[in-house]
Design a protein around this ligand. Structure first.
Ligand SMILES: CC(C)(COP(=O)(O)OP(=O)(O)OC[C@H]1O[C@@H](n2cnc3c(N)ncnc32)[C@H](O)[C@@H]1OP(=O)(O)O)[C@@H](O)C(=O)NCCC(=O)NCCS
Length: 184
């Protein structure tokens, strides 16, 4: 079962990060990491060739109200994003009665390997289970994306099934793996 999530008035603080709604003033930070070749591609989208593309996507983050900017407290920079989207579980016979959403994320390349995404995902899990009362969260990664696989494992998600994902911007189909975390 899909439900509407609105993060407009929500800010979460973790040890090193602030998760807050995106603002138009984040445009340069967003373009800086989204324009790097090979980052978005790991999540199925093409790196941004121009700041105009970043501007358009940023506007959609703001209007959809379901994507947080990940801000590094030390320098107050937006260094990534995490969104709460419709889940594959909403259309799966075994899970369709659960209130479930899907998490998707990306982090600027220079910040990889510091455990920042597990810190982010754990904060979003707590928000979704405690405030939004979700029954479950789901997440996917392309088979080749070992970095995201590690984040997912470290955050306690359980593997459910293999699937396929057509990435329209890349015009490629990826084998992917789908996971779930049930709110016990
Ligand atoms: C996936 C991603 C969010 C991981 O975030 P992160 O904060 O670096 O996560 P972690 O620090 O926990 O590192 C995860 C794994 O990445 C690997 N890793 C760490 N630093 C790395 C680096 N500089 N380069 C490549 N891999 C690295 C390690 O195997 C690590 O696992 P370990 O903890 O068992 O050693 C980040 O790599 C990213 O933004 N990738 C591009 C977008 C993407 O893949 N989105 C997810 C789509 S499903």
């Amino acid at each position: 079962m899909d439900i509407n999530i609105d993060v407009t008035n929500i800010t979460i603080e973790t040890d090193r990060l602030l998760l807050r709604p995106w603002k138009e003033a984040d445009l340069n930070d967003f373009y800086e990491y989204a324009s790097v070749d090979g980052v978005g591609e790991m999540a199925g989208w093409k790196h941004h060739d121009s700041i105009e593309i970043s501007k358009k996507i940023l506007k959609s983050f703001i209007s959809q109200k379901n994507v947080f900017a990940i801000v590094y407290k030390e320098n107050n920079k937006a260094i990534g994003s995490i969104g709460i989207h419709k889940s594959w579980a909403n259309d799966d016979e075994a899970f369709k009665n659960l209130k479930a959403k899907e998490i998707g994320y990306v982090l600027a390349k220079e910040y990889w390997g510091k455990g920042l995404m597990p810190e982010t995902v754990n904060a979003v899990i707590n928000l979704c289970f405690d405030k939004f009362k979700l029954d479950a969260l789901t997440i996917c990664h392309f088979n080749t994306n070992r970095q995201s696989k590690r984040v997912i494992e470290k955050c306690g998600f359980k593997f459910v099934k293999h699937s396929k994902y057509y990435a329209e911007q890349l015009q490629l189909t990826f084998a992917d793996m789908q996971y779930i975390l049930i709110n016990e």
